[in-house]
Design a binder for this molecule. Structure first.
Ligand code: NAD
Length: 400
């Protein structure tokens, strides 16, 4: 038993604990948004989400389940609670999702394990075969700092660095809340290939191959993986950096998988380019917190702001139609259309050089960035009484 008052604990900017009640309310809020989804014919019924406990993967799962009644299997890697520590937020998110799904009679199975491993894939195959075959949608939404390669045993670590030359720009130093200049050294060849090994398309292809071999893919199946493009001011660290190389590899995998799924299943493999939002993964990228703080301010003022659940509700509304999906010239789905609007980007480019530590909260919406970041861990969530003791040692029931 560990009923206790949970106060946010940070190491630098990162929260090292999580609040179960805050996480539960976050999940409930997303479910409420998903339940407002427009009715659609032909929405996916059986959905596998890889990376399903936080950020875009969690929102995808909720949009599919509570928007369209889909049965879902979520795969994630989260730390359970123990005597000393709370669980991670993704664990508590899944506890809350699981409880709601049981109450609402929705099938929501899960695996808490390393998605890169063969063992996890085998376990997923068993659950899919038993509970939700054939799959008509597979969403790949992993963001991981490392990958142990299942064939070689080599552990690859991903880095967020520019390529070719050092990159200097302004960023928010998150723990001191100062706007500072940083210079990032360029990645080595090894760091580039390691990042591609972690965040590129190799593991996505392994998942689809394994599921296809077991005959678990439905006619018309769709495989989606998430990516980001963003404005030119972030390209040296994102699009043209190590993570961008990995995303190029993911796009190349989408083409290969599309060529495989299309003739065999009448299916599609697509990259979906999402909007920049506050997640544990995005907050770790230098320069991005300042960009996102400006983005929230500008998009909110224009009535365009969306979080992961609003983005995913939009994606599923479109995926539900049987019409051809609208893609850009290179075949990608674009949910970043509002972020990339000329007027939005012109305003950000105008504000960017003016931001200083002193005017950060005026020119950019750093307060929202900070609140949304704390929300990810269940803190600063409206409606939670943080003085009340809560049970932290909650068990996630077996995945199915
Ligand atoms: P996130 O950190 O919120 O979620 C990552 C998920 O991956 C979690 O569910 C985590 O448990 C899971 N995970 C990590 N390692 C794992 C492992 N070894 N085995 C199983 N599960 C594992 O990240 P996010 O920001 O939602 O990113 C998801 C995807 O969306 C990424 O491809 C990212 O590039 C893309 N994306 C993010 C943004 C953004 O602004 N956050 C924008 C566009 C695209």
């Amino acid at each position: 038993m560990s009923r206790q008052v949970i106060k946010r604990r940070s190491r630098g900017f990162i929260c090292v604990n999580a609040h179960p009640e805050g996480c539960r309310l976050n999940v409930e809020r997303q479910i409420a948004v998903a339940e407002q989804a427009p009715p659609r014919e032909g929405a996916p019924r059986n959905v596998l989400v890889i990376g399903a406990s936080t950020g875009y993967g969690l929102a995808s799962r909720i949009a599919a389940g509570w928007g369209y009644g889909a049965r879902t299997l979520g795969v994630f890697f989260e730390r359970p609670p123990d005597e000393e520590k709370t669980a991670t937020a993704g664990y508590y998110n899944t506890v809350a999702l699981d409880q709601r799904a049981r109450r609402d009679g929705l099938l929501a199975a899960h695996i808490n394990g390393d998605a890169f491993s063969d063992e996890c894939k085998r376990e997923a195959i068993e659950i899919v075969r038993r509970e939700l075959a054939p799959l008509d949608l597979i969403i790949y939404s992993l963001a991981s700092p490392k990958r142990a390669h299942p064939r070689t045993g080599v552990v690859h670590n991903s880095v967020l660095k520019p390529i070719g030359q050092p990159y200097s720009n302004r960023t928010i130093e998150l723990d001191s809340e100062k706007v500072v200049n940083i210079t990032l050294p360029p990645a080595s060849e090894r760091e580039i290939s390691d990042t591609v090994a972690v965040m590129g398309g190799d593991d996505w292809r392994m998942w689809i191959d394994a599921l296809a071999q077991e005959g678990l893919l439905a006619p018309g199946v769709r495989a989606l993986a998430y990516s980001y493009i963003g404005p030119e001011l972030t390209w040296p660290i994102y699009r043209d950096g190590t993570i961008g190389r990995a995303k190029n590899d993911l796009e190349q995998s989408a083409r290969l998988l599309d060529a495989f799924l299309s003739p065999k299943f009448g299916g599609r493999a697509l990259i979906c380019v999402n909007k920049a939002v506050v997640t544990q993964a995005s907050a770790a990228i230098p320069v991005v917190p300042l960009y996102v703080s400006l983005l929230i301010k500008v998009m909110t003022e224009k009535g365009l702001e969306e979080g992961p659940i609003e983005q995913m509700r939009r994606l599923f509304a479109d995926l539900g139609t049987n019409a051809d999906l609208e893609t850009d010239e290179t075949g990608r789905l674009r949910l970043d259309d509002r972020e990339m609007r000329t007027d939005v980007q012109a305003e950000i480019a105008r504000l960017w050089p003016q931001v200083t530590t002193e005017n950060l909260r005026l020119l950019a919406d750093f307060a929202s960035f900070q609140r949304q970041f704390r929300n990810l861990f269940g803190f600063d969530v409206e409606g939670v009484d943080y003085q009340r003791p809560v049970e932290t040692n909650i068990e996630l029931p077996p995945g199915r």
